[in-house]
Design a protein. Structure first.
Ligand SMILES: [Zn+2]
Length: 223
């Protein structure tokens, strides 16, 4: 029988309104197995450092990725996705030389500017998974292996080394509509059904060249 106690209370937003969902670590870590395979497509050297940039309210979305960092034999570190923690992002990049920075937001970029840090000096030579609001700004910065990460309500999708935007499709189903609607496929203490992700896109069932079996999304294309 499933123990209904929650380990964390996750949060996601639908049309700007916060929704909370109690979750268990094993539910979050279950997604990490597929994410690890997506992460391995980058062939980072064993023992590399990966910096995750997220907010406290996003623990349920990012815990699985942080577990995937451990599974693949890398070291994770993190910073807050805010202007005021951008100095920490710069400091970690300078001191720990992460191969990847995951989840950079526009607020991070504004914070770097505020503190007088050049994004090229901070991020050059690294793989950077940018949120949609930071993607354009980072596309103008030289020397970055620029990738995407998209929050899908209580889940995330992120690019593999072959450019496929994967989500944990063993755990989640995405249904087409004006925007993608997300439902849980596996047992959870908070079953979710038809959560509006606010993201326009289409799910592809074509296999990705990276070898991951997690499905991919094509953004901006309706089904
Ligand atoms: Zn892939």
């Amino acid at each position: 029988m499933t123990d209904p106690r929650a380990d964390v209370v996750g949060c996601y937003h639908v049309a700007g309104k916060a929704e909370f969902f109690p979750a268990r670590y094993d539910e979050l870590e279950r997604q990490a197995v597929g994410m690890a395979r997506v992460l391995q497509s980058f062939s980072f050297a064993p023992g590399s450092v990966i910096l995750t940039v997220s907010s406290v309210g996003e623990v349920a979305q990012f815990a699985a990725f942080e577990k995937a960092i451990q599974i693949t034999g890398h070291y994770g570190t993190n910073a807050e996705a805010s202007m005021f923690d951008a100095g920490r992002v710069e400091s970690i990049c300078r001191q720990f030389a992460p191969v990847g920075v995951f989840g950079v937001t526009q607020a991070t970029l504004e914070g770097l500017k505020m503190f007088g840090h050049d994004p090229e000096r901070v991020f050059s030579g690294r793989t950077v998974w940018a949120r949609p609001d930071a993607h354009e700004g980072l596309s103008r910065v030289a020397g970055i292996d620029l990738r995407r990460i998209v929050v899908l309500g209580p889940a995330i999708a992120f690019d593999c080394g072959k450019g496929g935007l994967h989500f944990a499709s063993r755990d989640w189903a995405l249904a087409a509509g004006d925007t993608l609607k997300l439902s849980s496929r596996m047992p959870r203490i908070t079953p979710l059904d038809g959560v509006d992700t606010g993201v326009e896109g289409r799910v592809s069932t074509m296999p990705c060249a990276c070898g991951s079996r997690d499905l991919t999304i094509t953004l901006g294309v309706k089904a």
